[in-house]
Design a protein around this ligand. Structure first.
Ligand SMILES: [Zn+2]
Length: 852
């Protein structure tokens, strides 16, 4: 959509980065500008950071640190800029080449005058107090999280991915704590009430990959293949621990052995280590030897549904794949951050394929990526996979559904275009060539181009450098009862004319069989010659194999019988198409599709498809049905869900439907049922509910009932795990029946401290702005928009997206739409990437204006 950025990205493709690097002299400005990064990359090498942190158990006490940076300089014509985003008062002393100099900090950089430096080897010694922003300090533990440019908030460094360095780390921590870092532990000595840990010199790492975690954790050590591995966690539920620890180690082992075999490169780092962090702000983060995971994604009990188990396997594979893709070979600049994410997802999918078989893989790929990709790509805020990035401080805004979901779809189409073996050979070459270094997407395309005759540069332009998706239409003509002509066309949903070369299949469905025909969609119109002469089908399934990308036609003749299709992949593909077409106001109206989908609840036997159907039902019900109509529909829908729950035989299918019931219920009768279930801890027959499920029920009751005021208090008393009790305590005011208390909670989010636990804030916001509470929360919208820039500046990478999604996710009225429009009109010079994020997250709101 943004033509300017497209042109610039294309131009950059043909200009050698090096030629710029040596001529542009960087100014001193906040953040890490691309110019500064290029200049430093060309001038600085052989960096070693020797770091010593003294960490008190009191989370508010200062962390005193010392650092020695050893580096080689090619020229000293310019002052050296070392990134440190802290006031100068935090620097206690600086020595450059053993000579004390005054500390000068300008626009987030320590400035070292050229006269103190010499070409060749230099050493800079700094004593300082760390910043806390990215140390995630809690009462009993802390963990670093520096991606993309937060290392500079903690210690002075060259905070850019292409100055890789070795780290020599010493940590002084309370003796009862456990610790993990990138390097192997080589020494520990008790000193008073602390223990001093020394770690082996790390492998070469970018600053964002450097990490440590320390605190009151349980430690488990096991071998993963022939590698020693350590796992730290704070979980206390014995069932979860018993059922989860072994599968977590096994999944790492499976992932490592697959990746070693597929890439032809042994595990590239000195050790395996990972930690489960309560309410971690991401799913996981791939620091070599010190990987972080969200605890709730790892620890599952016997109430876990299939999609939770698949998600866990996928998450563990994703972070493990990063050891090769991202950690060993790293993007040169964060504009290519999508490359590490696409490969991590792509390889995680391959591991799933190996472990679970290709049928499960194909289905999971469709379910896992298409909704996320379309969710952004259909909006006016859609971004291309590859975006321009002028300053690292804006890198957070690059993350989202396009990187995580569209990119794997694109990569799979690329693999199809090249052929699996040639694709793999190209990737192996790329990994080997750039091991422990950095590379760009253009470096990879150059290698892949040598493996194929296909025109990858043209292909790249539409799939990678431009946003958007195609809309497919068709024309079919019959002579008598036979097909005489069948053509499929594509055109862009928005923007300039272009075509997306891709393959997929269509299936002609007859009473007793199907005829599946491959389509190689290389142009604007493709004639399906294979169909000519075939009998007229009952209906047609477009994108029958689920690998095509775009808005496919729906065949209304198929709707009544789609739940009877034998192949779960075809059913999933039809559900996605139906929903996407409803949003585009083609073929289906919201209420009609809601009704159609609710029929499938009893008939859909594939658990992950059922989960998808209930997700769509929730989305249509809350976002695209007016409140008055919703009230009319509720009794019938509640009955249909309950009835389906009783008819379904598998415990997990029943559980998915129970959650759906909990989500949509509005009548007093259903409220009574839910309350009794929670109060007596007695779930419907065949369903098992865990402590987390009961917490979630208590939250639903608090949201939907004005009388059950003490439910959350009682639930708080029931929770035994301290971390989970704190979470509920945080959420309670957001669910208060007292509007003033909710107002005060919302106002408190203006303070950064209150937003520290991002996962909690996101959950609280989604309750605060739930459709049933919007009458009193709509007044928060403007202030929430005004906070977006600060949220981006102070929060972690996914927070702006999660913030906006939780707030705007289910508004539909014209007042809300007007607030957003006015805000955007009043801020014509607003950061374009954040503007895009607002447009992405308010797309449903805009659509609701015309659909309702
Ligand atoms: Zn990742």
């Amino acid at each position: 959509m943004n033509l300017k950025s497209v042109i610039t990205a294309l131009t950059l493709l043909f200009i050698s980065a090096l030629s710029i690097a040596q001529t542009v002299i960087p100014q001193v400005e906040p953040g890490v500008s691309y110019k500064l990064a290029q200049y430093r990359q060309a001038n600085i090498s052989n960096v070693i950071y020797t770091l010593d942190f003294d960490i008190p158990s009191d989370k508010t006490a200062d962390i005193i640190a010392s650092e020695s940076i050893s580096l080689n300089l090619k020229t000293i014509s310019q002052p050296l800029q070392i990134d440190f985003k802290q006031p100068v008062s935090r620097i206690n002393s600086i020595e450059v080449n053993n000579k004390k100099i005054p500390a000068v900090v300008e626009s987030e950089h320590i400035i070292v005058a050229a006269q103190n430096l010499h070409t060749g080897k230099n050493q800079i010694d700094i004593k300082f107090t760390t910043g806390d922003q990215s140390l995630n300090r809690n009462d009993e533990y802390l963990y670093t999280l520096f991606v993309p440019d937060r290392a500079r908030t903690v210690f002075p460094c060259f905070d850019q991915p292409d100055i890789k360095a070795n780290y020599l780390l010493t940590l002084r921590i309370p003796s009862e704590w456990h610790v993990l870092a990138n390097g192997k532990m080589i020494d520990s000595v008790k000193q008073g009430d602390k223990t001093v840990y020394k770690f082996n010199k790390s492998d070469k790492l970018s600053t964002y990959q450097f990490a440590f975690e320390a605190g009151k954790f349980t430690s488990v050590k096991q071998m993963v293949g022939n590698l020693p591995a350590e796992f730290l966690y704070r979980e206390t539920d014995t069932t979860k621990i018993k059922l989860s620890v072994a599968p977590i180690f096994t999944a790492h082992k499976d992932a490592i052995s697959f990746l070693e075999q597929w890439t032809g490169i042994p595990y590239p780092f000195q050790k395996v280590g990972f930690v489960a962090i309560p309410d971690f702000q991401f799913g996981g983060m791939e620091h070599p030897g010190a990987v972080q995971y969200k605890a709730s994604a790892l620890f599952l009990d016997d109430g876990a549904t299939k999609d939770m188990i698949i998600s866990r396997a996928n998450l563990l594979s994703h972070e493990t794949a990063h050891m090769w893709f991202g950690d060993m070979v790293t993007m040169r600049w964060f504009n290519d951050v999508w490359m590490k994410e696409v490969f991590a997802n792509f390889m995680a999918d391959k591991i799933t394929e190996k472990v679970m078989g290709s049928e499960t893989f194909n289905l999971k790929f469709l379910q896992g990526h298409y909704q996320g990709a379309y969710g952004i790509d259909r909006t006016l805020g859609a971004n291309p996979i590859r975006q321009q990035l002028d300053n690292l401080q804006d890198a957070g805004s690059l993350y989202g559904g396009i990187i995580y979901d569209k990119a794997p779809i694109m990569m799979r189409q690329l693999e199809l275009l090249m052929g699996k073996e040639k694709f793999r050979a190209g990737i192996q070459q790329y990994l080997k060539k750039y091991a422990y270094g950095n590379a760009t997407w253009n470096d990879l395309i150059a290698i892949l181009s040598k493996q194929t005759t296909a025109d990858l540069y043209t292909w790249n332009k539409v799939w990678v450098n431009q946003p958007g998706r195609p809309v497919f239409d068709y024309n079919i003509a019959y002579a008598g009862n036979k097909i005489s002509n069948f053509t499929i066309t594509q055109h862009p949903e928005f923007g300039e004319k272009r075509i997306w070369p891709q393959s997929f299949s269509v299936a002609l469905v007859y009473a007793d069989h199907q005829q599946e025909i491959p389509v190689n969609m290389t142009g604007e119109t493709v004639n399906i010659r294979q169909a000519a002469g075939l009998a007229k089908p009952s209906y047609i399934i477009f994108n029958a194999n689920g690998i095509g990308y775009g808005l496919f036609p729906g065949d209304k003749n198929g709707v009544a019988s789609m739940f009877q299709l034998k192949n779960p992949l075809q059913r999933a593909s039809m559900y996605i198409s139906a929903y996407e077409n409803m949003l585009a106001d083609r073929y289906f109206k919201p209420a009609e599709l809601l009704n159609t989908f609710s029929v499938g609840l009893a008939e859909e036997k594939e658990e992950t498809n059922l989960k998808m159907l209930t997700g769509y039902i929730s989305s249509i019900y809350w976002k695209f049905i007016l409140p008055a109509t919703r009230k009319e529909l509720a009794p019938g829908l509640e009955a249909a869900i309950w009835d389906a729950m009783e008819k379904q035989e598998q415990p997990n299918a029943k559980k998915i439907l129970f959650s759906c019931y909990q989500d949509i219920y509005l009548t007093p009768m259903a409220g009574g049922r839910i309350y009794a279930t929670w109060k007596q801890k007695k779930p419907p027959v065949g369903i098992k509910l865990t402590e987390d499920d009961y917490t979630s029920l208590a939250l639903s009751i608090a949201l939907k009932s004005d009388t059950a005021t003490n439910v959350l208090k009682l639930q708080e008393d029931r929770i035994t795990n301290a971390d989970r009790r704190k979470r509920l305590e945080f959420l309670m005011p957001a669910l208060s029946t007292d509007v003033q208390e909710r107002d005060a909670f919302n106002a408190s989010l203006s303070e950064r401290k209150k937003r520290q636990k991002e996962a909690w804030v996101t959950t609280a916001l989604s309750y605060l702005h739930h459709p049933l509470r919007q009458q009193t929360s709509e007044k928060y919208l403007l202030k929430s928009l005004e906070l977006v820039e600060e949220v981006q500046r102070t929060g972690d990478v996914f927070f702006p997206q999660n913030w906006l999604g939780a707030i705007f996710g289910s508004y539909q009225d014209k007042e809300a739409a007007a607030i957003v429009r006015k805000f955007l009109a009043d801020h014509p010079n607003y950061n374009p990437k954040l503007r895009a994020k607002i447009l992405q997250n308010t797309d449903n709101l805009y659509r609701a204006q015309s659909l309702l």
